[in-house]
Write a protein that binds this ligand. Structure first.
Ligand code: 2PG
Ligand code: MG
Length: 440
């Protein structure tokens, strides 16, 4: 049994040049694991707390030296000597040390860095790949679930940002992401090739329209100025045709509306920059349903806001039988909120972001709960990312079926896509691929 000898934490920078937590976990035999914590921009109000220093004289207050110090002073002495294979016990110890509901004492960034580094060290100590270690954890977690729930390592179907707006790009689109799903692909590397062709084609379509195709958003998607959100949908459909794809057959669109960020809780209305009057939830649902009728949209994330439960129920009643409706800000990867969604008929899919909840075990709990209810999980990166590719192994090891990393530009995104190419090679020529079947 490999045990934890030491933790080493430091402040490094993410893809937006903001400080974040990196942790090395060292096993008694010398094996090492390393993880870096991601960070969101369009964060949900109910996410676990990312501890920032708040000292304006250093990194504009965004430093994470307090979180780093908490790892050295509080976490390391408490979990040293623990069994690295017992991720659940280590994560439970982290939760007990923090003691708050939102991880505000030690910081969810401190907890998550340790939780993921421990998993890496456990895999390294056994000389196995992280996805295989995660898969063992997943199989244990999924033990009581319906036999139809996938358990074996499976390459996920990616949904890939093509056009960025909202808080991720400085232009005039309210939609945060217009994404492409390569639903015609039979395997992961084939899917990736189609995605790259689509990315180029979207750039060509934008250039032909005279829109900027050189500026990219936080996740590598194009950040053009367009007439309105619907034009972004037309661009992606045009790119599918240019690639020889049949929209709605071997290529689909997914949206991350990220509507919380243009929702005004005081009036309960949604204020889109390209729509003259504020809209209530009913009008939002009408607008989205109209798009679903006119475009090959198969998935919509955060179509209404994080606490608009009534809006979520009507969205789900209206579109839930033909469209994947993902709760991101709504669920924040937390079982209590996912349970409420299941009970009330809000959404039918869950975005899984490790730093929204703060430990690997709680992430696996969210995945298992989603699976128990028949909600599809989509493992997701954040808009602030790094070379850390843990989520690639997480998506494969838990057979989540879908992954959302951002576009195929910017190396913090490619770190995950490339990691999955290596995993696919490890899984062999018949690597299981979730593919089209994972969607409605
Ligand atoms: C989202 C994510 C990733 P952020 O809204 O789904 O695209 O963005 O990390 O800024 O919350
Ligand atoms: Mg989102």
């Amino acid at each position: 049994m490999p045990t934890l000898r030491a933790l080493k934490a430091r402040q490094v920078l993410d893809s937006r040049g903001r400080p974040t937590v990196e942790v090395d976990a060292i096993a008694d035999g010398g094996a090492r694991g390393r993880a870096i914590v991601p960070s969101g921009a369009s964060t949900g109000r109910h996410e676990a707390l990312e501890l920032r220093d708040g000292d304006p004289s250093r990194y504009a207050g965004l430093g994470v030296t307090k979180a780093v110090a908490n790892i050295g002073a509080t976490i390391a002495p408490a979990i040293r000597g623990m069994d690295l294979d017992d991720q659940a016990a280590i994560d439970a110890a982290l939760l007990a040390l923090d003691g708050t509901a939102n991880k505000s004492r030690l910081g969810a960034n401190a907890l998550l860095g340790v939780s993921m580094a421990v998993a890496h060290a456990a895999a390294a100590a056994r000389g196995e790949e992280l996805f295989a270690h995660v898969n063992r954890l997943w199989k244990a977690k999924a033990a009581g679930l319906d036999p139809s729930v996938p358990r074996e390592p499976t390459m996920p179907l990616p949904m890939v940002n093509m056009i960025s707006g909202g808080l991720h790009a400085g232009r005039n689109l309210d939609l945060q992401d217009v994404l492409f799903i390569p639903t015609g692909a039979d395997g992961y590397s084939q899917a990736l090739e189609t995605i790259v062709a689509m990315y180029r084609a979207v750039g060509d379509v934008l250039r032909k329209m005279g829109a900027e195709a050189n500026l990219v958003g936080d996740e590598g998607g194009y950040g053009p100025r367009l007439g309105d959100d619907e034009q972004a949908l037309k661009v992606v459909v045009g790119a599918m045709l240019a690639c020889g794809l049949t929209p709605g057959v071997d290529g689909h669109i997914a949206l991350d509306v990220a509507s919380t960020h243009f929702h005004d809780p005081a009036t309960g209305t949604y204020k889109l920059s390209n729509v003259p009057r504020p809209m209530d939830a009913g009008a939002m649902v009408d607008m989205l349903a109209g798009w679903v009728d006119r475009y090959p949209i198969i998935s919509i994330e955060d179509g209404v806001a994080e606490d608009d439960w009534e809006g979520w129920k009507s969205l789900t009643a209206r579109l839930g039988d033909r469209v994947q409706l993902i709760g991101d800000d709504l669920f924040v990867t937390q079982t209590a909120r996912i349970e409420r969604g299941i009970a009330s008929g809000a959404a039918n899919a869950v975005l899984i972001k490790v730093n929204q909840v703060g430990t690997l075990t709680e992430t696996l709990d969210a995945l298992a709960l989603a699976r128990r209810a028949g909600f599809r999980p989509v493992v997701s990166a954040r808009s602030g990312e790094t070379e850390d590719a843990t989520i690639a192994d997480l998506a494969v090891g838990t057979a989540a079926g879908q992954i959302k990393i951002g576009s195929v530009a910017r190396s913090e995104r490619l770190a995950k896509y490339n990691r999955m190419l290596r995993i696919e090679e490890d899984l062999g020529p018949r690597a299981p691929f979730a593919g089209r079947a994972t969607l409605p």
